[in-house]
Design a protein around this ligand. Structure first.
Ligand code: ZN
Ligand code: ZN
Length: 129
């Protein structure tokens, strides 16, 4: 019998809150400059059926993707915390791992755009040996 755990998350000011039922599908880090500057370098991908916004939908502002990119990004209007894509219409979407309050039960399994990582990034995340 498997117990489904719930992981809670929120923005810094607490206006936006959500729960993830069970373990997210994946966790990864993107080192491109856009993800870094938005503060969403490390995300968990969650399925639509396991993600529930519990508070603050009206506080979420969404930034349209620039030409050539597909990812929308959202943040809290109250505190600026980057949230990932909690309003995505997709079946699975990224949520900023920094917003999680509990241990999601999985670890970073991939790194993207490591060649774009800054020189000060830890070895192993820069693409350098
Ligand atoms: Zn907030
Ligand atoms: Zn990126």
């Amino acid at each position: 019998m498997e117990r489904i755990m719930e992981i809670k998350g929120s923005c810094l000011c607490g206006a936006v809150a959500f729960v993830i039922a069970g373990t997210p599908k994946s966790m990864g880090s993107c080192h491109c400059s856009r993800c870094r500057k938005l503060g969403t370098s490390t995300v968990v991908f969650v399925g639509r059926d396991q993600f529930r916004l519990t508070r603050g939908r009206e506080m979420i502002e969404t930034i349209a993707p620039p030409p050539g990119s597909t990812y929308m990004r959202s943040f809290c209007k109250g505190c600026g915390t980057s949230l990932g894509e909690p309003l995505s219409p997709d079946e699975a979407f990224p949520i900023n791992a920094q917003c999680l309050d509990g241990d999601p039960g999985l670890r970073i399994s991939y790194h993207e755009f490591t060649s774009d990582a800054p020189a000060w990034a830890p070895a192993g995340q820069t693409g350098a040996k």
